[in-house]
Design a protein around this ligand. Structure first.
Ligand SMILES: [Zn+2]
Ligand SMILES: [Zn+2]
Length: 98
């Protein structure tokens, strides 16, 4: 996948009203603010996925992801899961920056 391309969200997100609501805001914000103003929505959506869809959070990215390496070492489990959840709905390049 092109690292800057927006992924197609997985089916579980389309079956959840909260996911689709937040996803619409993230995408709308990304389009209208050129990707710079959607931080709050991204955070809310990532938190919601970790809290309500824990089984759907992707696994760690591995040693080539500096943030996964950091979180694994420092034990920030919640932040780590939110970091991985962003992969589901954001371009990998942007998702792995935080
Ligand atoms: Zn949801
Ligand atoms: Zn990572």
């Amino acid at each position: 996948m092109e690292p800057s391309a927006w992924p197609v969200p997985p089916p579980f997100m389309w079956q959840c009203t909260r996911c689709t609501d937040l996803l619409q805001q993230v995408i709308l914000h990304a389009i209208t603010a050129a990707g710079s103003g959607s931080f709050a929505e991204q955070l809310t959506l990532a938190r919601h996925i970790v809290a309500d869809h824990p089984d759907d959070v992707p696994g760690p990215h591995g040693a080539d992801c500096s943030l996964c390496t950091h979180y694994a070492k420092h034990g920030d489990v919640d932040l780590w899961e939110e970091h991985r959840a962003r992969d589901l709905f954001m371009p990998a390049r942007a998702a792995r920056r935080m």
